[in-house]
Design a protein around this ligand. Structure first.
Ligand code: NAD
Length: 438
């Protein structure tokens, strides 16, 4: 059995230890010979790498481990690039969330003005990773989690059309895991689904078990009452609200199950009013996930022991490893991937990057036809895809006007004058990360 070599780009990510745990759990079905971490912040990465080195030494000493800030060392001799970079890190995410809130507008990592701002930072970083892969390991595949996935995917479609990049998201996987639990199953891949939309902007139109039984009626009954909130999963406060809110987004179309992020577009005023402009999701992540991951890593490195190891595989890590396996072994599994529409959603823009089920094998994803979509969703999608395409236009052309148009068009922004104020603040905050706009 071939053994694979993997680089995690954004080795300093809070999600890295989870991916390492999943890789270690799956060595019998996805053997690896080498694991590398690459990050452009060596200091941040070192904390995670020092701990992961101990974990690997204890659990799989045969795997060669490298942590580097040198692209050549990081990207040479790899089969898979698992990318999860955050250009501008939490400091800029904080601004993405807090600047729009100053004007009463949703402040969110990937939606609305915050997502657009993040997109303009991410495009260059993600293209750089793709180019390193192309230069040092041209046969590799890049599986990209780096957000905002929709804008990043549009940029990679346009600017690196031949690169072997799959843009992916763990949110549908996380929701499917909840749907599975509602019907007494365990995992996201116990379900077979039909789904359409843009990233963080989609709907499930069919949910079946592996025997083909329709699970929609039972899930519908549950979601109408509770959203995706499950009693046995303790959610952090903003996630609890999000999973509960799915009940309200579902009410707008009780035939299809919504992605949780639709709350920001469909209940915009309510959501903005219920965000604390001084304590946003970034603060929660810093006080929660980041603090936990970094303190656990420091503990492991200091003791050189994995006794009481708290890192576990999760939806995020399982999905990227399942996807790598599908490519590595040509399994033709059905998975959600962000791909060029090209007819998958029949009555929608052919060049949009849509999230739909695909059959994934060693030649990449083969999209499944989702047919026509209803007018309500089509209207929303047309508007959102225009926002995302304008954002990429703005990055390519260094255009202030296109970016102003993108913000104005976002369903989360009330009008052009508010859009302009937010934009001018974002330009200040993103100096050195955005192209200089004319
Ligand atoms: P994080 O800040 O903890 O880690 C990101 C790492 O990327 C940092 O160590 C940073 O130094 C590094 N980095 C930034 N710019 C870089 C560059 N140009 N080259 C190399 N490394 C660079 O962030 P996190 O919260 O762990 O999230 C990581 C990424 O994964 C983010 O983009 C986040 O939005 C994304 N994410 C996506 C999904 C999804 O489903 N698509 C889910 C969770 C997280």
């Amino acid at each position: 059995m071939k053994k694979f070599s993997i680089v995690i780009a954004g080795g300093g990510s809070t999600y890295t230890p989870g991916i390492v745990m999943t890789l270690l759990n799956h060595l019998d079905r996805f053997p690896i010979r080498q694991l590398k971490f690459y990050d452009n912040d060596g200091e941040r990465q070192k904390v995670i790498a020092d701990a992961c080195e101990v974990i690997l030494r204890e659990k799989a000493p045969e795997i060669k481990f490298v942590a580097t800030t040198d692209p050549e060392e990081g990207f040479t001799d790899v089969d898979f690039v698992m990318a999860q970079i955050r250009v501008g890190k939490y400091a800029l995410r904080d601004q993405d969330e807090k600047i729009p809130l100053k004007y009463g507008v949703i402040g969110q990592e990937t939606c609305g003005p915050g997502g657009i701002a993040y997109g303009l930072r991410s495009i260059g970083g993600v293209l750089e990773i793709a180019d390193y892969m192309e230069k040092y390991s041209p046969n590799a595949w890049m599986l990209n989690y780096s957000n905002p996935a929709s804008i990043v995917a549009e940029a990679t479609r346009r600017l690196r059309p031949n690169a072997k990049i799959l843009n992916i998201c763990d949110m549908p996987v996380g929701i499917q895991e909840r749907m599975a639990k509602i019907v007494g199953l365990n995992y996201y891949n116990d379900l077979e689904v039909r789904y359409f939309g843009l990233n963080h902007f989609g709907w499930w139109t069919a949910v079946r078990d592996k025997q083909g039984n329709d699970l929609m009626p039972k899930i519908r009954e549950y979601v109408a009452e509770h959203g995706y909130l499950l009693p046995d999963i303790p959610d952090e406060s903003s996630w609890k609200a999000t999973f509960g809110m799915a009940k309200n987004t579902f009410a707008l179309d009780p035939e299809r199950f919504p992605n949780t992020y639709l709350q920001y577009y469909l209940y915009t005023k309510f959501e903005a009013e219920h965000m604390d402009p001084h304590h946003t999701r970034t603060d929660e992540v810093r006080e929660g996930r980041e603090k936990f991951v970094f303190s656990e890593c420091k503990k492991i490195a200091a003791s050189q022991s994995i006794e009481g190891l708290k890192f576990k595989p999760d939806d995020h890590s399982n999905y990227i490893v399942d996807l790598s396996r599908a490519i590595a072994y040509n399994t033709h599994e059905r998975m959600l991937v962000i791909v060029e529409n090209n007819g998958a959603v029949a009555n929608f823009e052919p060049t949009a990057m849509v999230e739909v089920p695909c059959i994934v094998g060693s030649n990449g994803p083969e999209r499944l036809a989702m047919g026509d979509i209803p007018r309500f969703q089509k209207g929303l999608l047309e508007q959102q895809v225009a926002v995302e395409k304008l954002a990429v236009d703005a990055w390519e052309e260094h255009s202030y006007l296109k970016l102003w148009q993108a913000l104005t068009l976002s369903h989360t922004v009330p009008d052009a004058s508010v859009a302009k104020k937010i934009l001018d603040d974002l330009i200040e905050a993103n100096k050195g990360f955005w192209p200089e706009l004319k």
